[in-house]
Design a protein around this ligand. Structure first.
Ligand code: ADP
Length: 151
């Protein structure tokens, strides 16, 4: 017996929870896509955040529901507005890697007041989006922890 307290055992479990076990498939749009197309993608793919990539599939931005609502407040034609003008852009995108801890991602979501992060991988050209982790994934991780599914 290691002599660890219940609280230490819980901490050990939390520190073993990595992004790779909880991430979802990312939904990406090209920066040349219109705001109108981005809204369609959000509904069709049932996500709240889209990640934006350039022609080389390199991460360039993030687009939230409110970014699209804001763009739709002006009386402009959404099909003529490229997402690149309304997205939040690199280098100001908060991101993570597959081997990062879920607890660290949770802290970032709180600090930055955002709903999700892209999971990225370095390539020769830049950062490729390989996943996404959101408040929903973190909530699932929390429940699994409580139900002891994460041994
Ligand atoms: P909503 O705006 O729909 O409430 P968020 O809280 O996730 O959704 O987004 C708030 C703002 O932060 C938006 O302008 C969005 O573009 C931006 N944002 C979303 N995700 C990220 C991220 N991972 N890194 C940086 N900015 C982000």
């Amino acid at each position: 017996y290691t002599g660890k307290t219940q609280s230490q055992l819980l901490t050990d479990k939390v520190k073993k929870m990595t992004v790779s076990a909880y991430e979802s498939i990312p939904v990406v749009v090209q920066e040349s896509s219109s705001a109108y197309d981005a809204i369609c993608a959000m509904f069709l793919e049932d996500v709240g955040t889209l990640f934006v990539v350039n022609k080389d599939s390199v991460l360039t931005g993030a687009l939230s529901r409110k970014d699209l609502l804001r763009a739709s407040l002006g009386n402009q034609d959404l099909s003529t507005i490229p997402v690149s003008v309304i997205m939040s852009r690199m280098p100001n995108i908060t991101l993570c890697h597959s081997d990062d801890l879920v607890i660290d991602v949770a802290k970032l979501l709180i600090e930055r007041q955002i709903d999700g992060l892209p999971v990225v991988k370095e390539t020769g050209k830049g950062l490729e989006v390989i996943g996404r982790i959101t408040k929903t994934n973190i909530t699932r991780a929390f429940v699994e922890l409580a139900e002891g599914e994460f041994e």
